[in-house]
Design a protein around this ligand. Sequence first.
Ligand SMILES: O=C(O)CCC(=O)/C=C/C=C(\O)C(=O)O
Ligand SMILES: [Fe+2]
Length: 314
Amino acid sequence: MPIRLECLSHTPLQGYFDPAPDVLNEVERVQAAARERVLAYDPELVVVFAPDHYNGFFYDLMPPFCIGAAADSIGDYKSLAGPLPVPGALARDMAESVLAADIDVALSYRMQVDHGCAQALEVLTGGLDRFPVIPVFINSVAPPMATLRRARLLGEAIGRFLERTGKRVLVIGSGGISHEPPVPLLAGASDEVAQRLIAGRNPTPEGRAARQARTLAAAKSFTAGDSGLHPLNPEWDLAFMDKMASELLAVDGMTNDAITRDGGRSAHEIRAWVAAFGALSAYGPYRATNDFYRPIPEWIAGFGAMHAAPVAAA
Ligand SMILES: O=C(O)CCC(=O)/C=C/C=C(\O)C(=O)O
Ligand SMILES: [Fe+2]
């Protein structure tokens, strides 16, 4: 019943507006090394904890957490589109087990995932359908959000379930760390934007292109230093990675307001890492490695990567 963990930031901007070649090469080397580890491990089941950016989840019904029992990737930005090979009965059992542990989680038989999930699968496994995968949505952009503590407890409950399956499991946390790309907020939004956040599923190609163009323009002005977006915060990012490695329970003291204040509005994506480490922690003591960190303004991201395994397996 082994488990391995890979956590990494994602960005919709890779391939659209890249950092200098030496930085890009370094990121690609880190990603390739992670993929090699995953392929050598050859998981029987992958669980991806990932946010969504108003592509699959909207304010018509916004759960804090949702397990996918069937899912498709929409293919935004340059991410892969298509069905995910989700073991539906196992996903349903996972939801039952989490609910039995007093953690409320939604279940979807028609989940749509975006680059937040698909990019991690592609980077780490080489595609969407290489291994059976259960996507777990964690609301990270649409307030109100569950606490970080709750994400940890969700992860732990899933970890206890995974251990009982006896499968060779890989857990992935996708997102973070400090960053604030131009994802709209419902509070104060125009009617048009509010409608998009409440019921914007399957936008027109023109609507999609306009959103992507806005993100690219924001990255260019952020990199040029003339943007009002929250600055990246390397100190906070590295402190967060340290917590993941050696002090997971310390996340319980991080409030949602403090995350927004210190890391920016999309820094809430760290919930995906917290849930993944929570799942790993259910197997006992673990050892984590910080594989990469760099603030990358072109991607509007404090960009990090870690991997981990139980101490007994290291
Ligand atoms: O509609 C859009 O595309 C809005 C912008 C957006 O979704 C940006 C997402 C950025 C990340 O996923 C990220 O930096 O983590
Ligand atoms: Fe994101």
